[in-house]
Design a protein around this ligand. Structure first.
Ligand code: C2E
Ligand code: MG
Ligand code: MG
Length: 251
């Protein structure tokens, strides 16, 4: 896997009430010279096993921060970029320093960055992971629990974590129309987030009916093909321009 074959795409996240851009999620893509496009669901698990995932995490962090600056130079304001970090990365005590130095390199306030973790990170009990999570939050960087509802997190552990956001997995939204239990889980997750005082994002929104339901349930932020597929950096200004009445904001 050569770094020049990797690139990032950015998927808009919108405020559920106003439709304004409140951030983007950075997602890695791998274009192999002979094998063609390889999806992250294939190469991320391989990179985790081969020890390359830390390098991918750092590369993604660096590129995302650089991109926020580049957009800003073009008068495009993207409030927050969310970067996915693998559980493996949390064993490294260098992680907080790496994040801090990248933010400083691009003169970015820590609030412009959110780190997405999976339930496997959140449930780890080792002192390195706990100390990394705390250091990242103390810095002012956001911490989001990705794919919420797919693992087996203990709710008491969830409440102890220094999270700023939970992301409800798209499998729940997919089944909204014909599966009442998915709706119940989404509603419960939104209420947990509210009671914990943290933002709730739902991913995988593909239809207006799902948007309406999530607005009714009080979800804060929505992400999915209904708004946009993940875009190349240069497509973000075009996407924004096609939504003229909508300014960027994040509450
Ligand atoms: P994720 O972090 O949960 O990212 C959301 C995935 O849902 C993305 O898949 C996105 O393209 C897809 N998605 C968004 N909206 C919709 C929708 O409306 N419908 C459907 N069907 N799908 C939607 P993608 O880009 O294939 O990424 C898959 C997973 O690979 C990510 O899930 C994340 O766990 C992992 N991943 C991607 N890039 C990175 C990375 O740089 N580092 C790490 N550690 N993991 C990454
Ligand atoms: Mg994610
Ligand atoms: Mg997810």
């Amino acid at each position: 896997m050569h770094k020049k074959e990797l690139y990032l795409v950015y998927q808009p996240q919108v405020c559920a009430l106003t439709g304004t851009l409140c951030g983007v999620e950075a997602l890695s893509r791998w274009q192999h010279p002979s094998l063609g496009f390889i999806p992250p669901s294939t190469f991320i698990p391989i990179a985790e096993e081969t020890g390359q995932i830390e390098a991918i995490g750092l590369w993604s962090l660096e590129k995302s921060c650089e991109q926020i600056r580049k957009w800003e130079q073009d008068n495009v304001y993207v409030p927050i970029v969310s970067v996915n970090m693998s559980a493996v990365h949390f064993c490294s005590m260098d992680l907080p320093e790496q994040i801090l130095s990248t933010l400083q390199k691009y003169s970015l306030a820590p609030q412009r960055l959110t780190i997405e973790i999976t339930e496997s990170v959140a449930m780890r009990q080792d002192p390195e992971t706990a100390s990394n999570l705390k250091a990242i939050r103390d810095m002012g960087v956001g911490l989001s629990m990705d794919d919420f509802g797919t693992g087996f997190s203990s709710l008491s552990r969830l409440a102890q974590l220094p999270l700023t956001e939970i992301k409800i997995d798209r499998s729940f939204v997919e089944n909204f129309e014909n599966n009442i239990s998915s709706l119940v889980v989404a509603e419960a997750a939104i209420n947990i987030g509210k009671r914990l005082g943290i933002k709730v994002v739902t991913e995988g929104v593909e239809h207006e009916a799902q948007e309406t339901k999530l607005q009714e349930l009080g979800c804060d932020i929505l992400q999915g093909f209904f708004y946009s597929k993940p875009l190349r950096a240069e497509e973000i200004p075009l996407w924004l321009a096609a939504r003229p009445s909508r300014r960027a904001s994040r509450g």
